[in-house]
Design a binder for this molecule. Structure first.
Ligand code: FAD
Length: 116
C-alpha cells in the first residue's frame, strides 16, 4: 500500500533498527573471535554516530559512555543491548522488557510456539 512507501519516521526507523541490532545479537557467536569482537565494537561505535535521528544518536552515545558495550559473548552483548533498549523505553515511557527473555524474542522464538 502507498503508506508503506513513505520515508520512515522516527518510530518506524527505530523499530527496524532494533530488529537489526537484536538480530545481530542473536547471531553473534557464543565465543566470538578477537576480530568478531572488534568488528562489533567498531560497528556499534560508527552506528552511534551515523544513526539518522540525531537526538536519539546523542542520547545513545551518552548512554554508551556510561555503560560500556559488552562484546565478550552472545549473552553479554544481548543483555547489554536489552538494557540499552530499556533505557530508551524508560525515557519514552514505554514498558521495560524482561531481559531474561531476549533470546526467546529474538533468537529461538517464544516457548509457547507463537513464532512457529
Ligand atoms: P521498539 O522500542 O521499537 O521495540 C521493538 C520490539 O522490540 C518490541 O515490540 C519488543 O518486542 C522488543 N523489545 C522492546 N524492548 C526490548 C528490549 N529492551 N530488549 C529486547 N527487545 C525489546 N525514539 C524517540 O522518540 N526518541 C529517542 O531518543 C529514541 N532513541 C532511540 C535510540 C536508538 C539506538 C534506537 C534504535 C531507537 C530510538 N528511538 C527513539 C526509537 C524508539 O526506541 C522505538 O523504536 C520507537 O518508538 C518504536 O517503538 P515500538 O513501541 O514500536 O517498539
Amino acid at each position: 500500500e502507498a503508506a508503506n512507501d513513505c520515508p520512515p519516521d522516527v518510530e518506524a526507523l527505530g523499530r527496524s533498527t532494533w530488529t537489526l541490532l537484536h538480530t545481530i545479537a542473536a547471531n553473534y557467536p557464543k565465543t566470538p573471535s578477537y576480530t568478531e569482537q572488534s568488528d562489533l565494537k567498531t560497528f556499534m561505535g560508527v552506528f552511534s554516530r551515523l544513526y539518522p535521528c540525531w537526538v536519539c544518536a546523542e542520547d545513545f552515545q551518552r548512554y554508551v559512555e556510561k555503560d560500556q558495550i559488552r562484546v565478550d559473548s552472545r549473552n553479554e552483548f544481548g543483555m547489554w543491548l536489552c538494557k540499552a533498549h530499556n533505557a530508551v523505553n524508560t525515557k519514552l515511557g514505554k514498558p521495560v522488557f524482561d531481559c531474561s527473555k531476549w533470546e526467546e524474542r529474538w533468537r529461538t522464538g517464544w516457548k509457547d510456539g507463537r513464532c512457529d
